[in-house]
Design a protein around this ligand. Structure first.
Ligand SMILES: [Cu+2]
Length: 145
C-alpha cells in the first residue's frame, strides 16, 4: 500500500481520537470551554501596602479575563495564578497585562511571586505574604457554544 495512504490513515485516527476524547470521554467539568465573554479587570499593588486591590474577582467559567496589573511600588513584585499558568515578574512602577480563559470552577489564588519585603501600614505589619487575592470562578450562566 502507498505509504501516503498509511500516513493519512494514521493522521485521521489521531485527530479523530482527539475529537472523540474531548467530546465524549472527557467529563463535563474537564471539557475546554470558552463562552466568548471577555471581562476586563485591573489589579493594583498599592504603594507600600503589600496588598492587591481588589482582593476578590468574580467571573464565570469560560470567561476570558484580560487583567491589567499595576505595580505602584518602587520595587519589584510578581503575579502568579497557578491554576491558569500565570507567572510574571512586575518591575518597579510598571504595568503588565495577562490574559487567560477561566477554564476551571472554584476559588483560585493570585499572589505575589517575588519576595518584596514588609512594612507597617496604619500600625499593622504587612508583608509579601499578605499579597493574596482570589479569583472565584462560578458556573457559566450562558450556554457554552
Ligand atoms: Cu511579594
Amino acid at each position: 500500500m502507498n505509504k501516503y495512504f498509511i500516513l493519512i490513515g494514521i493522521s485521521i485516527l489521531i485527530i479523530g481520537g482527539g475529537i472523540f476524547y474531548r467530546t465524549v470521554l472527557l467529563s463535563e467539568a474537564d471539557r475546554p470551554v470558552e463562552t466568548g465573554v471577555v471581562r476586563n479587570f485591573k489589579i493594583v499593588a498599592r504603594k507600600d501596602e503589600w496588598k492587591w486591590e481588589p482582593e476578590t474577582i468574580e467571573v464565570e467559567r469560560g470567561d476570558r479575563l484580560k487583567i491589567e496589573i499595576v505595580n505602584e511600588d518602587d520595587y519589584d513584585h510578581g503575579i502568579a495564578i497557578d491554576a491558569f499558568g500565570v507567572s510574571q515578574r512586575m518591575p518597579a512602577r510598571s504595568t503588565i497585562n495577562v490574559e487567560f480563559v477561566a477554564t476551571q470552577l472554584g476559588d483560585f489564588q493570585y499572589y505575589c511571586s517575588v519576595p518584596c519585603g514588609e512594612g507597617e501600614v496604619d500600625g499593622v505589619k504587612r508583608t509579601h505574604f499578605d499579597m493574596i487575592g482570589v479569583i472565584k470562578v462560578r458556573p457559566a450562566t450562558i450556554p457554552v457554544p
